[in-house]
Design a protein around this ligand. Structure first.
Ligand SMILES: Cc1cc2nc3c(=O)[nH]c(=O)nc-3n(C[C@H](O)[C@H](O)[C@H](O)COP(=O)(O)O)c2cc1C
Length: 216
């Protein structure tokens, strides 16, 4: 964990593309508190995202009180266990199950089991149009926040497992049906290091003029 120093300057010197390439999901987090000024700073980065008509639909709710985090973590864990169980069953049966995938699943389960200890549960909520949740309007903002966390040295990841209990959690957060949460970003000081996440080469993904299916 880094010492809390000049919060205004923190993160201002990380080159943008290096930050993008090394903003992997950090799910092993210390329980030490995060200064409110840093929560504000990463959310401010979120507000510079594009949005349709510049509507700026985002609402941020940062939950930091231990008993409130415990309430959320209990619901998240229950939902996440149910979601991930089939994948662990498959992994147990399949000797060729990819190691990297299993590592990722274990890290995600670790986060779920320790979410109550994570100092900041940052919810991003938005708006609905004709009854439809407009999640897509929030993802550029969410990615900006994740990158800002990387820049200031905070570990974070994008999660949505709480949506299984969205109505209950939104009510708890004081949000209405018209301003549903879209994502929960657990944020804290990383126990591990930042680094490049495993990714396929862009050359396998980029096509000029027309998509050409890879030959099998
Ligand atoms: C829309 C969306 C929802 C996700 N929901 C969850 C989640 O609920 N819990 C979780 O642990 N990871 C979730 N993830 C995956 C992680 O945030 C992360 O992107 C993924 O594990 C890749 O990690 P890496 O960037 O370190 O390779 C979600 C990702 C996306 C894009």
């Amino acid at each position: 964990m880094k010492p809390i120093d000049d919060l205004d300057q923190r993160g201002e010197d990380l080159p943008l593309l290096e930050g993008i390439r090394t903003a992997r999901a950090i799910r092993r987090l210390a329980s030490d508190p995060v200064p409110a000024a840093l929560i504000r700073k990463v959310c401010e980065a979120g507000t510079f995202a594009p949005s349709g008509g510049n509507r700026q639909p985002w609402i941020f709710v940062a939950v930091t009180e231990p008993e409130r985090r415990a309430f959320i973590a209990k619901l998240y864990l229950e939902a996440f266990r149910r979601y991930i169980a089939p994948a662990f069953e498959t992994a147990a049966k399949d000797k060729a199950f990819p190691e990297a995938k299993l590592r990722n699943m274990k890290a995600a389960l670790h986060l779920a089991e320790h979410l109550h200890e994570v100092p900041v549960h940052l919810f991003v909520a938005g708006w609905t149009r004709r009854g439809e949740t407009q999640s897509q309007a929030l993802y550029p903002c969410i990615q900006n926040i994740l990158l800002a966390c990387r820049a200031v040295g905070l570990g974070a990841s994008l999660t949505t497992a709480h949506l299984t209990h969205r109505e209950e959690i939104d009510r708890y957060l004081g949000l209405s049906e018209r301003t549903p949460t879209c994502a929960l970003l657990p944020i804290g000081w990383p126990k591990g290091k930042f680094g490049r996440p495993p990714r396929e080469s862009v050359d396998a993904k980029l096509h000029f003029e027309r998509f050409v299916a890879p030959s099998v």
